[in-house]
Design a protein around this ligand. Structure first.
Ligand code: HEC
Length: 376
């Protein structure tokens, strides 16, 4: 009896789920308020809006609703009479709020103009007036096609087959034996970004260009007030970005500190909403600048706290433990394989150093001496 009861609870669940989803799909517009129904598309019928909407559709909607809007899996089609009698305002309303419980993300974060452009494209497609290649949304550019090499054998892959959300498990047994092939050097060459080439994200996320023209930006940290600090390593600068415009760009950009040697690590201290200092790990030193929420420029000169080994892999990451009692600094190695016992230059390298941490008269007192979290 108990077994039977349990079986039933499974059967009922399995039956209810598809029914609930089908109901949602049958009339997604039934709760639209009258005001939504009457909203007018400010770019209705404009070819430029349809074209812009097509590109936006390709980036945001295609992965679920398909190249020709025909739907995929249990994601509904938007063509073939599906949107008959539905007004532009209702489509705009539905796309804005989405139907998260049923797998349709909300798109309210896209600027209104862009949502209307998408509506224009969807309506043009739904009306059946667009046909042939003008109709189908372009696949996001991927670089596929130019390379004729065979697909790598799983579990290995290459960039042509990589997609966010795809996981591959590579175990030791999958690896070739050491020295199975000769060592090869095949460094990457920087080329201009092809038009429309864009990072691909999971559904519900999108990527926009926030800032460009930076010199070797290598690390980004968000201050408690939302300002974004970026280490421009080659330029020797720490830059701050603030705010975001309606088209996704930074509102303000300023140099917080300059004249540093290959800066990389950035950490706010003390941890929490009201830091008083920004710690910066540069190639040869750990230093800190006075900082208060909202500063776009350091209000005083840096204080030197510790020397760090020079050259080699020059990134010096800096972090505090959540309780603020320990300071960690990652130091890259100076070579590929040397042992610090035989090569003293490798001392305190390929390591995370830490200080039990107290400031006295503006100097870092280590309690005890700098330690090493490295595996030796
Ligand atoms: C992650 C997958 C996914 C993405 C991405 C997505 N949708 Fe949807 N969409 C769905 C699902 C699932 C439904 C059905 C939701 C329901 O029935 O409540 C849906 C429903 C719709 C509907 C209602 C159609 C109907 O008859 O049920 C419209 C219109 C729509 N989506 C437009 C868009 C637009 C425009 C975009 C891009 C801005 C988009 N969708 C992106 C999954 C997605």
């Amino acid at each position: 009896m108990a077994w039977k009861d349990r079986t039933w609870s499974f059967v009922v669940l399995w039956l209810l789920l598809p029914v609930a989803m089908m109901q949602a799909q049958q009339n997604p517009f039934k709760d639209a308020p009258a005001s939504a129904k009457e909203m007018k598309n400010p770019v209705a019928g404009q070819q430029s809006a349809i074209d812009a909407g097509k590109a936006l559709y390709a980036r945001n909607c295609l992965s679920c609703h398909g190249k020709t809007l025909q739907g995929t899996g249990n994601v509904p089609s938007l063509v073939g009479g599906k949107l008959k009698g539905v007004t532009a305002g209702e489509i705009f309303w539905f796309v804005t709020k989405g139907s998260p419980d049923n797998g349709m993300p909300p798109w309210g974060f896209l600027p209104e103009e862009k949502r209307w452009q998408i509506v224009s494209y969807v309506e043009a497609m739904a009306s059946g007036k667009m046909t042939g290649s003008a109709a189908s949304a372009p696949e996001p550019a991927s670089g596929k096609g130019k390379i004729t090499a065979a697909a790598p054998k799983p579990p290995f892959t290459d960039f042509r087959y990589e997609k966010p959300g795809t996981v591959r498990k590579i175990t030791v047994n999958d690896l070739p034996k050491p020295f199975a092939t000769k060592s090869a050097s095949n460094g990457a060459e920087i080329v201009p970004r092809p038009e429309n080439a864009w990072p691909v994200t999971l559904p519900g996320f999108k990527v926009e260009l926030f800032a460009s023209g930076l010199d070797n930006p290598r690390l980004m940290r968000t201050a408690p007030n939302g300002d974004i600090f970026v280490a421009e390593t080659h330029a020797g600068d720490i830059r701050v970005f603030r705010g975001i415009t309606s088209d996704g760009k930074a509102e303000q950009s300023a140099i917080f500190a300059s004249g540093l040697k290959n800066p990389y690590g950035i950490a706010f201290y003390p941890p929490g909403p009201n830091p008083q200092w920004v710690y910066i790990g540069s190639e040869t030193e750990l230093a800190r600048f006075p900082y208060h929420n909202g500063d776009l420029k350091a209000s005083g000169p840096p204080q030197h706290l510790a020397d760090l080994p020079a050259e080699g892999h020059d990134t010096r990451a800096v972090n505090f433990s959540p309780d603020g009692k320990k300071l960690f600094v990652g130091v890259g190695s100076g070579s590929n394989v040397n042992d610090p016992d035989t090569h003293p230059d490798e001392k305190n390298r390929a390591d995370i150093l830490w200080w039990g941490f107290a400031m006295r008269a503006g100097r870092l007192r280590s309690i005890p001496r700098p330690g090493s979290c490295g595996a030796r």
